[in-house]
Design a protein around this ligand. Structure first.
Ligand code: GDP
Ligand code: MG
Length: 178
């Protein structure tokens, strides 16, 4: 946080994306930050994070959103990735139950690495794949309730709830600090 020229405050929050490989983390970020979707998603190259501004209560709030470079495949997301995070989107794929079953492990990892309060959203991505759904909305909701997380189903493909999911987390962080 730093004062800007207008004398107001400027906010910059670190938010991390976590969850199993191929659940759509990189596409959620590209949809949110650039309104783009990539069908043949290559492994994330180089870029560690993207900064996106949103307006909350008339104030510009910037979120620095971190995406893994695919290390989650090797269960080797480093502590640097989590350091300083105040928000997290824990993503699973509604068409693959194993990715939902991993959520608890990701939450434990998050808790282990972050000592401060982290605003968390459980995200069931690929809700456009209704015909091959493998995790019910009810199961998503109840896990979120049990763990005290926000919950949304999203689609990075058709843009359903993507903006909303990030904004709820960013607003919660903002409310926590202001
Ligand atoms: P990551 O490994 O978690 O970063 O996942 P990616 O963003 O690389 O996406 C993995 C694959 O899922 C890619 O083939 C994407 O095109 C696809 N994908 C991502 N989001 C969605 C979505 O909302 N709906 C559908 N149908 N496919 C998606
Ligand atoms: Mg990725």
């Amino acid at each position: 946080m730093a004062d800007d020229e207008a004398g107001g405050e400027e906010y910059l929050f670190k938010v991390v994306l976590i969850g199993d490989s191929a659940v759509g983390k990189s596409n959620l970020l590209s949809r949110f930050a650039r309104n783009e979707f990539d069908q043949n998603s290559k492994a994330t190259i180089g870029v560690e994070f993207q900064t996106q501004a949103v307006e909350i209560d008339g104030k510009e709030v910037k979120a620095q959103i971190w995406d893994t470079a695919g290390q989650e495949r090797f269960r080797a997301v480093t502590s640097a990735y989590y350091r300083g995070a105040v928000g997290a989107l824990v993503v699973y794929d509604i068409s693959r139950k194993t990715t939902f079953e991993s959520v608890e492990r990701w939450l434990n990892e998050l808790t282990m690495h972050c000592d401060t309060a982290v605003a968390k959203m459980l995200v069931g991505n690929k809700c456009d794949l209704e015909d091959i759904r493998d995790v019910s909305i009810e199961d998503g909701k109840s896990l979120a309730e049990e763990k005290g997380l926000f919950f949304m189903e999203t689609s990075a493909l058709d843009a359903t709830n993507v903006q909303e999911a990030f904004e709820v987390v960013i607003r919660e962080i903002y409310n926590n600090v202001s």
